[in-house]
Design a protein around this ligand. Structure first.
Ligand code: 3AM
Length: 178
């Protein structure tokens, strides 16, 4: 089985900026450069034929290049406990539209629709039970912003779960219309 997701890889200078923020919170499992991505759609475990179908279906998606920029940081929590720290992006609309196209491609090949509310973000850190104070980080970076960067492609990735986090491999990339 293959654990798949569809994502956008931020450019190197944007990733370098994000990596430079990654310190100062006890218990944070910071993402490394290879792990930095903006998920468009988590697919989950599929067998090889379905992975091939998905790779084909994604190839039929048409989209125009668009610009986004980093904008702020935030966290996801569950039962009052933070489990993910992320960088936000703006504007979200073109990402939501691309997410919908990817979701339709998934549905077309027989995967269940993604019914969760899609919130575009770039995960910076994950937490286990221990999460130190993150207020200083939040305060420092509430104004996180970057120059706009162009999204001209997305890709299908395979995630391999390991002892020290997940390793991501690009399977196929899909370019925007010229
Ligand atoms: O973009 P991020 O890093 O937030 O959390 C996983 C990661 O998201 C998410 O898919 C991305 C690539 O692994 N993910 C993992 N399991 C998931 C699940 N069961 C999931 N998203 C939704 N449902």
């Amino acid at each position: 089985m293959h654990r798949l997701f569809v994502a956008i890889r931020p450019p190197a200078d944007i990733r370098a900026g994000l990596l430079s923020l990654m310190h100062g919170i006890i218990g944070a499992r910071w993402q490394d450069d290879n792990q930095l991505h903006l998920t468009l759609r988590f697919v989950g475990e599929v067998d090889r034929p379905r992975a091939d179908d998905l790779a084909d279906a994604l190839g039929h998606i048409r989209f125009s290049p668009f610009e986004i920029a980093l904008s702020g940081v935030g966290c996801f929590d569950r039962k009052g406990q933070v489990h993910t720290l992320w960088a936000g992006v703006q504007p979200r609309d073109p990402l939501v539209q691309l997410h919908q196209k990817v979701d339709r491609a998934c549905i077309r090949i027989g995967l269940p629709p993604d019914n969760r509310n899609y919130f575009p973000h770039i995960t910076l850190a994950r937490f286990g039970r221990t999460a130190g104070a993150m207020e200083p980080f939040m305060a420092l970076n509430a104004a996180l912003a970057s120059a706009p960067f162009t999204v001209a492609e997305f890709a299908l990735y395979e995630s391999q779960l390991g002892q020290t986090g997940s390793t991501y491999h690009m399977i196929e990339r899909y370019r925007a219309d010229p």
